[in-house]
Design a binder for this molecule. Structure first.
Ligand SMILES: Cc1cc2nc3c(=O)[nH]c(=O)nc-3n(C[C@H](O)[C@H](O)[C@H](O)COP(=O)(O)OP(=O)(O)OC[C@H]3O[C@@H](n4cnc5c(N)ncnc54)[C@H](O)[C@@H]3O)c2cc1C
Length: 435
């Protein structure tokens, strides 16, 4: 599925632990998604010896399938103040972008009820402030991450459009836009003619739009991660194909990571395994409830025309993004757990609304994918030292914004591991907070 999966990966037995030189540490990163690879690259640039343990391959997890948007302005969380009264319609209306696998309801319900407690104005404002610190410079952060790696060509600068059926739908989202404004994000309102000029491929039922300048997207997230991982290895980083089963600590300090039946010793460990981080993190004192928020994409392969920029199709809440050789329609939310197969009806939902939004586009075939957003109950990623072991760091829980905020997270983690104080307030991301 993902480009580069399993290539050039060292088996566990061939690894040796190099001696520490100067300030350089032996660091293990668990997980090669956008967050883990960003951490690995910035740690390597900071002079550490870095190994990444990944059970499948770079970009094999959720980072393979995002809509690709560097969504700097998307700082309003799903749990806004209007969610409680929207919830019944979202769950029961087959045309709403929230899906629930009913047999999973007993497992999801405690998380959903805790999420509803986040829906106050004060909490939503605090969440937006925490997210804005991570997302604001996303395009520049990706450029810096990819610089001289061979992955630069996947980073595209663009506007980010929102397309609505009518202006009233935009006005109904007023609170979220006010939050964006407060964090310095600007946009331009587009009437029907201006929206058509901005994106002529949109269906004529979409009559109102919003254009955020200064955004960007990744032209092929799977290939991007493959290229970043290849460069990390060329510069001496090791990619170990194994499943990490424990972060081992002695006297309150990290001693290594157990993976593939072996103990790999290290002085610092970074847990960046997306949604799969939760059990390991909880054993080290993380207290934020997490759930998989399943998301889907359908790709229109070899489209007859392509888009100028990513467009959020607000009816259906998915994004249409121009990618190499295809248009990706990605989004929606389903609560269904980690093991159930994808629900074909959700692919059909996206395709139906996608065809309506882009009515003139013909394509050769579709490709379909489902993945797991790592959703903390308060939508704020966990970034920082875990209380259970000195030298063990959390870097997961990026929810809807992992592609956007991954590179910045990598820089912050490299600072923390190196003993440098990051230049932002890290308290909102504390893994031991109780939301
Ligand atoms: C449909 C959809 C659309 C999205 N659109 C966007 C978007 O447009 N913009 C945006 O910013 N975000 C978007 N997101 C969110 C984004 O994709 C995620 O937040 C992000 O990919 C999470 O990255 P990650 O590195 O934390 O996790 P992952 O990419 O899941 O990486 C974790 C890695 O850890 C590995 N792993 C797990 N357990 C172990 C273990 N025990 N040992 C070793 N390896 C392990 C996995 O194989 C995986 O490769 C979207 C998500 C979905 C589902």
């Amino acid at each position: 599925m993902a480009a580069g999966r399993g290539r050039n990966m060292q088996p566990v037995g061939e690894l040796t632990v190099k001696a520490m030189r100067g300030e350089s540490k032996e660091v293990i990163v668990i997980g090669a998604g956008i967050v883990g690879l960003s951490c690995a690259i910035w740690l390597q640039r900071a002079g550490h010896h870095v190994r990444v343990i990944e059970r499948e391959g770079p970009g094999a997890g959720t980072s393979f399938g995002p809509a690709g948007v560097l969504a700097s302005a998307s700082v309003d969380p799903v749990t806004g103040p209007d969610l409680p009264w929207k919830m019944p319609r979202l769950v029961l209306d087959p045309n709403a972008p929230l899906f629930l696998r009913w047999p999973y309801l007993p497992r999801a319900l405690p998380f959903m009820l805790k999420s509803l407690k986040m829906c106050t104005r004060a909490k939503t404002e605090a969440i937006a402030a925490a997210l804005a610190q991570l997302t604001r410079d996303s395009l520049e952060e990706h450029r810096a991450l990819a610089e001289a790696t061979g992955a630069e060509r996947y980073v595209a600068a663009s506007d980010y459009l929102y397309a609505y059926r009518h202006r009233a739908a935009f006005e109904a989202a007023e609170f979220g836009f006010a939050l964006r404004r407060r964090h310095g994000f600007v946009w331009e309102e587009l009437d029907e003619a201006a929206l058509f000029e901005a994106e002529p491929l949109l269906g004529d039922h979409l009559r109102f739009g919003v254009r955020f300048p200064g955004h960007g997207y990744i032209r092929d997230p799977g290939a991007y991660l493959g290229a970043l991982a290849a460069d990390f290895q060329r510069r001496g980083g090791a990619l170990v194909k194994a499943e990490a089963t424990a972060i081992v600590h002695e006297d309150g300090k990290v001693a290594g990571v157990r993976a593939g039946g072996a103990l790999l010793t290290c002085e610092a460990a970074v847990l960046a395994a997306g949604i799969w981080s939760a059990p390991l993190a909880q054993s080290l004192g993380a207290r934020v409830p997490m759930e998989s928020e399943r998301g889907y994409h359908v790709e229109l392969v070899e489209p007859s025309a392509s888009l100028r920029a990513p467009v959020m199709i607000t009816e259906g809440e998915f994004v249409a993004t121009p990618m190499e050789g295809r248009i990706r329609l990605g989004g929606v939310v389903e609560f269904g757990g980690l093991s159930a197969p994808p629900d074909e009806r959700i692919f059909d939902f996206i395709l139906r609304l996608g065809r309506a939004a882009l009515p003139t586009i013909a394509f050769a075939e579709t490709r379909r994918w489902m993945g797991h957003r790592p959703a903390p109950v308060d939508s704020i990623p966990l970034i920082g030292e875990l209380p259970g072991a000195r030298g063990a760091f959390a870097a997961f829980g990026h929810h809807h914004l992992g592609l956007t905020a991954g590179p910045k997270t990598g820089r912050l983690v490299a600072d923390l591991v190196s003993g440098r104080r990051p230049n932002i307030d890290m308290s909102p991301y504390r893994p031991d907070r109780s939301p």
